[in-house]
Design a protein around this ligand. Structure first.
Ligand code: 9D3
Length: 251
């Protein structure tokens, strides 16, 4: 997988390439990152990449020419490495919200170019002429597209073959069953007045499995009921959830 990021702050991406699971993936050449700075594609002596918004109002807009020259450079470099038509993604608050199924789709591409905006965003003509997919990472405001691009790349990299070890993959798979995770505990068994639930110390693996599934269902019901409407529960699951729903009504 080859990623290209077009950004006026390319140094930001070091935390993706240098640390943890994603750092290992870059070290092992499972993915590559090319950084392209639009400021290197300006022709005026001030190296201007932004200008005032037509129509007035506050805030600056990123100019089209340095972005198109940057994009062209990214495409040429991807093609030299064998990627014919890399996907062109623009990160913006107006984009389609990213979810795990979008990540899995993106992970099927050999090359992706991310365009990261700053200020109020980019000239709309750049989007219309060049962009395949506009993505948002959630309904909150951040200062630019770099962190959203890193978030999306991190999620993609975890899906690439050979990145997670067997244990990490198993854990990751169990998170993707459409439910929230169950609670986790480690030593000590008692911390001041807080004890680890007995069932987890029982050694009864059937009971532990049942309890964990029930906790996943219960937390999802309480915190993210929207997830339960997206996913049909099995008979076992609805039985386990009902048990707690009924219990908590009685109280
Ligand atoms: C007042 C209008 N704002 C749009 C909601 C201005 C604005 C805020 C933040 C314009 C650009 C930005 C920078 N944000 C991103 O580039 C961005 C983003 C985000 O802020 N939230 C969620 N996903 C994304 S993807 C890119």
């Amino acid at each position: 997988m080859i990623f290209s990021c077009i950004s006026i702050f390319p140094e930001i991406f070091a935390s993706l390439t240098n640390f943890g699971v994603t750092g290992r993936a870059f070290d092992n050449n499972i993915c590559q990152l090319q950084l392209i700075n639009p400021r290197d594609f300006t022709s005026d002596s001030y190296k201007r990449i932004d200008d005032k918004s037509f129509g007035g109002g506050p805030g600056m807009v990123m100019k089209i020419e340095p972005l198109e020259l940057s994009l062209n450079d990214a495409i040429v470099r991807q093609e030299k490495l064998g990627n014919n038509a890399p996907l062109r993604v623009y990160l913006s608050p107006q984009g389609q919200p990213v979810d795990q199924s979008m990540i899995n789709q993106l992970a099927g591409h050999a090359g992706i170019i991310f365009v990261c905006g700053r200020y109020e965003g980019v000239d709309e003509r750049f989007i219309n002429r060049n962009i395949d997919l506009e993505l948002s990472t959630g309904d909150f405001v951040v200062s630019g597209g770099e962190l959203p691009a890193m978030l999306v790349m991190d999620a993609i990299i975890r899906q690439l073959p050979g990145v997670l070890n067997d244990e990490e993959s198993a854990i990751s798979d169990s998170f993707m069953n459409g439910l929230l995770d169950y609670p986790h505990y480690t030593q000590p068994r008692e911390y001041e007045d807080a004890a680890v639930p007995d069932v987890l110390l029982s050694g009864n693996h059937e009971q532990i499995k049942r309890w964990r599934l029930q906790m996943s269902l219960w937390r999802t019901y309480l915190r993210r009921p929207d997830l339960l409407t997206k996913r049909n529960l099995t008979k076992l699951e609805s039985g386990l959830l009902d048990e707690l729903v009924v219990k908590n009504k009685q109280k």
